[in-house]
Write a protein that binds this ligand. Structure first.
Ligand SMILES: [Zn+2]
Length: 422
């Protein structure tokens, strides 16, 4: 359509014209040396993102963005901007998050920043915790009292009968007694319903748990299936902790949606093609948690050779599953793992995946998995203004995903790294 010159002039006067136009009231602009709007889109250099009311209003080459008069986020300008990250495996079970309802906001704020905000996470999946406490924490975040990510939670997990994993035995007796270990389908359904009715967003199943001395407890197949079916009936996701390949077989049988770990071995734990086929047929996603392997095995003071073989197995599982078309969701098990810095996770993932595949595991893939691709995962008009400003380009080195300058959630800064002195 060709518009008369007078109309064009009128548009320009209203700030609706071409470049250099006036930004809408209350807008904020972020300038980026480089912008990745999504893992499958080309990078844009010298870019700008315009945010209005917590949503992205425009994103692209700076010369095309009508940002005149928009507010600035100051030190957040000039980095490499990507969409907000999702960590698909965290826990709010540490003492610093306990009593979340009444704890001083400043304490929760610093706990949240140390574990999540400073690494770019704007959405997290808590894959097992005390539901009431996590919901109280979420309420304080959503009320704007505690800067933090959006929290999706599985609440209380289900364990096999008499099957609390050996690494949880040190929990206080009253906590241990509260953990669900259903002995029948009826008891399992009751626990799943109570958890989901109580506000959980997913169901977490421990299908196979180590009991010490090489022994394992297994969840009965009919119990796992009933728990999964009830969750799916409500349109929600089932997450599972597999431990080993036998655990994956149980997960396939039950119809689990997300495996929250790869599996452990000593240089021979491969996911063979029939297993991968079955996982794909169930549309299963995998959270690698690669850094957890050296973290755990080094704590057990195992030989470096064994640590590397086990870690190498997990890397190979990620490579195999991704290559076959399986979906990978970034996740680190922080909250259980005390090492919050995900740099090693990115470095290990880079042995199996390209930087843009890693970006997908942090952004578009989890948004799609949680059926929220309409509101997040990409930097495009209408999406939530969840953004991460990185110091350097992750396409050059995946470790740069951990070098976060600013984390912005819904247009608001939830973390800003102080600039280096000098
Ligand atoms: Zn975990």
């Amino acid at each position: 359509m060709r518009l008369p010159v007078t109309t064009l002039l009128a548009f320009a006067a209203l700030g609706l014209g071409a470049c250099g136009g006036r930004a809408p009231e209350g807008a904020t602009v972020i300038h980026a040396a480089r912008l990745y709007t999504a893992p499958d889109a080309p990078a844009v250099d010298d870019a700008a993102i315009l945010v209005v009311d917590g949503k992205i209003a425009a994103a692209g080459p700076a010369k095309d963005i009508e940002a005149r008069g928009a507010g600035s986020l100051g030190a957040c300008d000039g980095g490499v901007v990507v969409a907000g990250f999702q960590n698909s495996h965290v826990h709010f079970t540490e003492e610093k998050f306990a009593g979340a309802k009444d704890k001083p906001a400043a304490e929760l704020r610093s706990a949240m920043d140390a574990m999540l905000n400073r690494f770019g996470f704007t959405t997290v999946v808590d894959t097992a915790s005390n539901l009431a406490n996590t919901l109280a924490l979420r309420a304080r975040v959503e009320a704007g009292e505690v800067a933090g990510p959006r929290i999706l939670t599985a609440g209380g997990a289900l364990y096999p009968k008499d099957g609390i994993p050996i690494y949880l035995r040190d929990l206080p007796p009253e906590v241990l007694a509260s953990l669900s270990q259903p002995a029948s389908v009826e008891a399992a359904l009751e626990d799943v319903q109570a958890n989901l009715d109580g506000g959980a967003d997913a169901t977490k199943l421990f299908l196979m748990t180590p009991q010490g001395n090489g022994r394992y407890a297994f969840m009965q197949a009919d119990i796992a299936l009933a728990a999964a079916d009830e969750t799916h009936r409500r349109g929600l996701l089932v997450l599972a902790h597999p431990t080993d390949i036998e655990g994956i077989n149980l997960a396939v049988e039950a119809g689990v949606d997300v495996l929250v770990h790869t599996t452990i071995g000593e240089g021979k734990t491969v996911w063979d093609p029939p297993l991968v086929e079955q996982m794909l047929a169930k549309n299963m996603s995998v959270v690698p948690t690669l850094q957890l392997f050296p973290y755990e095995l080094n704590r057990m003071k195992l030989e470096q050779r064994i640590v590397e073989l086990a870690t190498g197995d997990a890397v190979e599982q990620v490579r195999t599953y991704s290559k076959a078309g399986g979906v990978i969701l970034f996740g680190t098990d922080v909250g259980y793992m005390a090492d919050y810095d995900p740099t090693v996770e990115y470095q290990l993932m880079a042995r199996a995946l390209s930087p843009m595949q890693i970006l997908s595991s942090l952004t578009t893939a989890p948004a799609l998995r949680w059926k929220e691709e309409g509101r997040r995962g990409r930097i495009e008009p209408g999406k939530d203004a969840d953004l991460v400003v990185l110091e350097a380009d992750p396409a050059k080195d995946a470790a740069n995903f951990a070098k976060v300058r600013c984390t912005i959630r819904g247009g608001r800064i939830i973390h800003r790294t102080a600039s280096p002195i000098g």
